[in-house]
Structure formats: C-alpha cells, structure tokens
Design a protein around this ligand. Structure first.
Ligand SMILES: CC(C)=CCC/C(C)=C/CC/C(C)=C/COP(=O)(O)OP(=O)(O)O
Length: 261
C-alpha cells in the first residue's frame, strides 16, 4: 500500500478502520430480533443475484452540511441517519454483510472536535436499544477495531454480549518475525486466512458503493476489494436513499463477474 502523504509514521493512536456487520456463519439460526427479511423485493431485483456483502464509503457528509450552512456535526448526524436506513434495507432485502468505512487512519488529523464528534456518534450508533445497528440486533460483527482507547473502548466491552468485536491486526509479519512461519510460506491463501473480515460469512464485498461523486477507493479494504464490483453515486451520503441504493443493486445485478477468468 502506498503511504498516505498526510500520515505520519505512527498515527496518534490506533484506529477504527471500518465496521463490518453481519451474520457469523453457523450462529445465524439462533439469532433473534432485528428486521425480518422481506419475502418480496423491489421490482426488478432478483433474490438469487443479491450481493451478499456490500461495502460503502459514506463520503460527503461535511460538504452536505456546508452546502446548507450547517455545522459539520449536522452532516455527520444526517449521515448516521442514512446509515441506519441502509442497515435496515440490507436486513430487509437479505444482504448478509455490510461494511462501512467509518473512520480511516487519516481521519485522526481532522480537528479534535470532529474526531470526538465521530467517536460519540459511534458510541450512540452502538446503543443496544436505539443504535444504528439495532436492526442487525444480535447479528452484529465489528471487525477491524484496533485498540480504540478511552470511553469508546469501554463502551464496546460492555456491548460484547450482542456485538462481537474483532480487534485482530494482520499477524503474518509477527508470525514470520517469531519464526512460526517462513517468509516463503506467505502466500495468498495465508493472507486470506488473516483477513479481519473473516469473522463474517462473506469476507469479500461483492459490491462497493462510494457516494459524493468521487471515483476512488482510498485505503478501504484494499485486499478484499480485488474482485468487487464498484458503483459510484453522485449524491452526498446524507442524501443517499432507497432509490439510489436500489439503482446500485440493479447495476450490480447486470454485471458479469469473471474474477479474472
Ligand atoms: C455509527 C456510525 C458508524 C456512524 C457513521 C457516521 C458517519 C456518517 C461517518 C462518516 C465518516 C467519514 C469520515 C466520512 C467521510 O465523509 P466526509 O464527511 O469527510 O466528506 P467530505 O468532507 O468529503 O464532505
């Protein structure tokens, strides 16, 4: 991965990279709560061709706020409301895993007040009874939580009954350093075993959506996105709604996936 021009050698502290929500394989049948899968899908959408894992770069929250003369806080809050709706739609339409790019290591260099605001949004988003992830109740898996400090980490510990936290960082380098594997053992299949998204049934996103008219994947899930179909939406994330989500899914269902073959 190319180093970010803005990123110093070590970020001020470890980071939430993304939230991945989804079923944890075999436990699926034991789970209760949450939004029921709707037996009927919107017109044109085919159940058998639904992406199992959708990833989203929720871009454009601050621009949304600025364009309305609102404080940045309002943009993130509106973005949070959009996420709640999208989580519900995923449950309803039978999308099993959703990953969202919530906070990248570069985001630590935003104004302190913004960082704190995002952290507090994550906390409220994870409230068991009211949070954004409620509709995935007892089905939530959070990957890539690396040593979050302070209140947020304490909060996450309390939620472990319903939310499974995975904080493992890639361990391949350490294994090699400690002589547990030879450098020549490091191949694609070994790297695949270490993916943090392996805590879900479907570690690789089928579809990536980025909002706000930007055509980049930035540093989001670079390994997992190798064969992912990309969809770029013009709307800013707070304006992204059911119609545009549907458009992305319909476009995905038209794609021919060849995986390089
Ligand atoms: C619980 C939970 C996961 C809540 C999610 C809250 C949320 C919408 C987070 C988005 C974070 C983020 C850094 C987005 C990038 O857009 P930007 O606003 O930086 O975009 P812009 O500056 O390009 O407009």
């Amino acid at each position: 991965m190319l180093p970010s021009p803005h990123l110093p050698k070590s970020p001020p502290c470890s980071t939430i990279d993304h939230f991945t929500l989804g079923h944890h394989g075999k436990e699926e049948e034991d789970l209760d709560g949450g939004v029921e899968v709707d037996p009927t899908l919107p017109l044109g959408l085919r159940r058998e061709a639904m992406p199992r894992h959708v990833a989203i770069i929720m871009d454009g929250n601050r621009r949304w706020a600025r364009s309305r003369g609102l404080p940045v806080r309002s943009g993130y809050e509106a973005g949070g409301r959009t996420l709640r709706k999208v989580v519900e739609l995923c449950c309803k339409w039978g999308i099993k895993v959703l990953s969202v790019f919530a906070f990248s290591s570069d985001n630590w260099f935003r104004p302190k007040v913004e960082v704190e605001l995002l952290m507090s949004l994550f906390e409220s988003g994870m409230q068991e009874d009211t949070g954004i992830f409620l509709s995935f109740k007892k089905k939530v898996v959070i990957c890539c939580l690396a040593l979050i400090t302070g209140k947020t980490s304490e909060y996450l510990r309390q939620l472990q009954r319903t939310i499974r936290c995975h904080s493992s960082l890639p361990k391949v380098a350490l294994k090699a350093k400690h002589g547990l594997i030879e450098p020549s053992d490091i191949d694609i299949s070994l790297m695949e075993q270490e993916l943090q998204t392996n805590c879900t049934e479907f570690p690789h996103p089928d579809l990536l959506i980025r909002t706000s008219g930007e055509f980049r994947i930035s540093n989001f899930m670079l390994w997992q996105l190798a064969y992912t179909e990309l969809f770029f939406a013009q709307s800013l994330w707070p304006d992204f709604g059911e119609a545009e989500f549907l458009k992305a899914l319909l476009a995905f269902q038209q794609r021919q996936r060849r995986y390089g073959g």
